[in-house]
Design a protein around this ligand. Structure first.
Ligand code: G3P
Length: 237
């Protein structure tokens, strides 16, 4: 299962790349809005230097021509850019044109298996159902992941299900068990996955025991040295 980081924060991406668990990055206008200083294009280029995995860049235009113009410009930035297109009638048309042009797409804002099926038919290489936002409105977001994974398998569709809007480590486990090909996570959720109170406590305990043993050994060897120095020397030696 691939793990993408859902962020436009360069430092977070560098950190997870160093951990060796980064397979790609997803961004969107809301995530970019949290960064400062550089243009979206500059941020995307920086990200593509950190990971060779897919980097999703989202279009904001709502008409086909606008989506195509934005997406084509993104695709020129680096070979691993994937154009993120929202699920809509215009989005489907844009995705099928991108597919003809050999530009990879990630269909975003999917909330039903049917939307995902249509995006797959239009040629999207990634399908992004939003788990957390369905949970927010009292629906089980994981159902869409399970349904889409099954549909993709039954019909051998050439696409991958990317569990998005993941809010908790429990979501991640459920998405993995449901067979999601990819999950994109905020940095905070990845950190939560790393830690467990018993792991952190265990690390501290091992360190404390180690330090205590080393101190005791050092004391013993000091005592021995003092005993040897204090021992009376044998006559003639
Ligand atoms: O990948 C989509 C994600 O950024 C949306 O997450 O938490 O805003 O629903 P959220």
């Amino acid at each position: 299962m691939k793990i993408f980081l859902d962020t436009a924060d360069i430092e977070e991406i560098r950190t997870v790349a160093r951990w060796g668990v980064l397979d790609g990055v997803t961004t969107n206008p809301s995530l970019f809005a949290k960064t400062s200083g550089s243009s979206y294009e500059e941020v995307l280029q920086e990200i593509t230097k950190i990971t060779s995995g897919p980097v999703s860049a989202e279009v904001v235009a709502e008409d086909v021509e606008g989506m195509l113009n934005e997406g084509r410009a993104f695709a020129k930035l680096a070979p691993n850019i994937v154009v993120k297109v929202p699920m809509s009638e215009e989005g489907l048309e844009a995705m099928s044109t991108f597919a003809e042009e050999g530009i990879k797409t990630n269909c975003t804002l999917i909330f039903t298996a049917n939307q995902g099926l249509l995006a797959a038919k239009a040629g999207a290489s990634l399908l992004s159902p939003f788990v957390g936002r369905l949970d927010d409105i009292n629906q089980d977001g994981m159902i869409v992941i399970r349904e889409l994974v099954e549909i993709v398998a039954i019909h051998e569709l050439e696409t991958e299900v990317l569990a998005a809007s993941i809010r908790t480590p429990v979501h991640m486990t459920q998405a993995a068990l449901a067979g999601a090909h990819v999950a994109t996570l905020p940095f905070k959720v990845l950190q939560q996955m790393v830690h467990h109170p018993l792991t952190d406590k265990g690390i501290k305990q091992f360190r404390a025991d180690w330090d205590k043993t080393r101190e005791a050994l050092a004391e013993q060897s000091q005592q021995k040295k003092q005993e040897v120095a204090a021992a009376p020397t044998q006559p003639g030696s």
